[in-house]
Each structure stands twice: as C-alpha cells, then as structure tokens.
Design a protein around this ligand. Structure first.
Ligand code: CA
Length: 367
C-alpha cells in the first residue's frame, strides 16, 4: 500500500480510532504516582549534606517525570534527627538520609559503612561498595530492619579538628574533653580522653567557654561556617578518624519493592549520581575555605606528629577488634573491610600516594 493511500484509509472509521489510540496511549494509561516523605539527620540548609538530600529528591522527580515526588524534612522537622532510621524502618516515612554510624546502637556492624578510623578514603569506600561487595554486606546488615541502604555522598578526608592546645603526643589526649562521634570517639576514649556528644548548635559555645578542649566537625568548608576559629587556636590534620565518611540514603523495603523496576533503577542511579556530586562539592569547596581560614582568620594549621598518629593507629586496631567482637555480623563486616583495604592499599601506595608525593610541593598554601 502506498503511503498516501494508507493515510487516506487511516483517516476514516475504525482505522482512525486505532491510530489515534496508539498515538495517545502514553497519556491514556495513567501512571501511578508516588508521594513519598524523606527525613534526614541534618539541620535545615546544611550545605552538601541536607542540600544533597534535597537535590536527590529534585533529581528523582525530574528523572521520573514527577512519578516519584519526595518531600524532604530536615532533622527535627518531622521526627528527631536520630529517629531517622526508625522512621524508615517502621514505614513512618518511605526514605531517609544520614550516616550509618548514627545507628551503632541498633547494630554495631553499621559503623563500617560510614567511617572507620585509619580506614578507606572516599575512592576506597566507593570501590568497596560498588565493586568489592561492600554494598551487599550493608544490605545484609540493614535487612533485619526492613531498610535498604545506598551510598549517597562522601565528605572526603575530614580535618582532625580544632584544639585549644598543641597536640604533641598521644598523652595529650589524657583528660582532653573532645566532641568526636563514632569509632573515632572510642579511640579517643581509649587514649584517656572524655568524649562529649553535642548537637551541632551547641559545639561553638562549649568550645569557646572551655567546656570542650577540642572538637572535630567536617572539613574547612563546614568548619569555617561554624566559626570554630574564634574559639580554638589550632586546626589539625588529617582527619584520621573520618578519612572518607559515607553519607547514605535509606529506603523502607516495602516502599522500595512496591515500585516498578524502572523507578527502583532510577532511585539507585540518582543515589549514585548524588554520591559523586557530593564528593565533588567537598573537593571543590574545601581548598578555598582552608585558604580563607589561614589568610583571613590566621588559623594555626598543624599536622598531627607522625608518632602520635602511629599510636592512635595502634589503638584504633584494638578498638575495631573489640567492636567486631560484639556481634557476629560486625565481625564479618570488619574482616571483609580489612581484607579489601589491604588489597586496595597495595595499589594506592604505587598510584595515588606516589603521585601526590610527586606533586605535593606544587600546592603550597599561601600563608
Ligand atoms: Ca566529623
């Protein structure tokens, strides 16, 4: 049949109806829409962490053409920040965002999925999650709670923290009152320090008044915003306690599994995209903020002495073994993490480490 004849025939009667319905089909079949809620552990507008969660929701909406609409609530707006995991687990909300070390009280094994003292950096953590079986283990750890985790961000190597006195040996931690969460806090406690856990909004005043002798927070970009340079003189690096902290998005299992496969794939893809976006934001922002802290606010930037770091690393080994002994799943995760770290470490020594040593003198900070 010639095209013109076909079009003529198609323009009449039943054929026209068939043609019209074929063209209109995507609009005729109403696709189910999902209105979800997300709660987070972060304060409203906290750069990269909370804004990353908001960005995740926006990107999901765009990528699904509005089929998934996620309303994001910062910490405390719908549930208290540290109830995020429970809210996702019991289905109060469909998803949440935070960092896995906040849930150590639920399951000690979760701590390896956020930050391990002297553990993997961002690149190493991502390699473990996506290519080394780490995400499978993480899913196994959250499964009893009906929660499905995905990496959603990474801070990169954090700073060691703000101190009101110089840190020369591990003995300087004895009696030191420091705000430092997670496994890093357990190492400091092992060194004789007193670990104080405070909400973000109370740290500055406590440091200024000497209730705290030291605090860590994130990196230059976030630390500058908190104004810690006004309350403590020494800014130490590197953040051995959080060498590449992973941020997470969590889905309620029933909610996630109720989605068609294409929408599940979009959630996974946007989580992965947000993970890369977040690390890029930290990498792009920290250098300029560090420079500002030094040149504008005269911060005394100091590297922890090597022997002090050696002592902390030995102590961290014991702390990790003790934590792993608390629970069979924690043991399984710790052993897998250790094995993977040794494997990528061999490569990192001759790749990233060797390369950075070669170019290090090209990036001197302006004093
Ligand atoms: Ca931190």
């Amino acid at each position: 049949m010639k095209r013109r004849e076909f079009l003529k025939k198609a323009g009449t009667g039943a054929a026209a109806a068939v043609a019209a319905s074929a063209i209109a089909a995507p609009n005729v079949i109403a696709q189910k829409k999902y209105n979800w809620k997300m709660v987070t552990t972060w304060p409203p507008n906290l750069p990269v962490l909370q804004t990353g969660a908001v960005r995740f929701a926006q990107r999901v909406k765009e990528a699904t053409d509005g089929r998934i609409n996620i309303q994001v609530f910062a910490g405390g707006e719908l549930v208290p920040p540290l109830n995020t995991f429970d809210a996702v687990s019991d289905g109060t909300v469909e998803c949440g965002s935070g960092a896995a070390y906040y849930w150590a009280g639920k399951t000690p094994a979760c701590q390896w999925f956020a930050a391990v003292p002297f553990g993997l950096n961002a690149q190493g953590n991502n390699a473990w999650f996506y290519s080394g079986g780490g995400l499978k283990l993480w899913e196994e750890v959250y499964a009893p709670f009906n929660v499905i985790p995905r990496p959603q961000g990474n801070t990169g190597v954090q700073m060691g923290g703000w101190f009101r006195k110089e840190m020369n040996t591990i003995k300087d931690y004895d009696g030191l009152k420091m705000r430092i969460p997670g496994l890093g806090g357990k190492v400091i406690a092992g060194a004789g320090g007193t670990v104080v856990l405070l909400p973000g909004g109370e740290i500055f005043t406590s440091l200024e008044r000497g209730v705290l002798d030291a605090t860590e927070w994130v990196g230059p970009m976030h630390d500058l915003r908190m104004g810690f340079y006004k309350a403590a003189q020494y800014y130490y690096y590197p953040g051995w306690h959080e060498p590449g902290t992973t941020l997470e998005v969590m889905f309620n299992k029933k909610a996630y599994e109720s989605l068609p496969k294409d929408l599940q794939a979009i959630l996974d893809a946007v989580a992965m995209e947000t993970n890369m976006w977040s690390l890029s934001e930290f990498e792009a922002g920290n250098g300029a903020a560090l420079q500002e802290l030094i040149t504008k606010h005269n911060v005394n930037l100091k590297q922890f002495p090597a022997p002090l770091l050696d002592d902390l690393r030995e102590l961290a080994k014991d702390v990790l073994e003790e934590e792993a002994d608390k629970d069979p799943l924690a043991r399984k995760v710790h052993d897998a993490f250790k094995k993977f770290k040794a494997q990528v470490g061999v490569w990192g020594t001759v790749s990233e480490n060797a390369y950075y040593n070669v170019i290090a003198d090209k990036f001197k900070l302006k004093a």
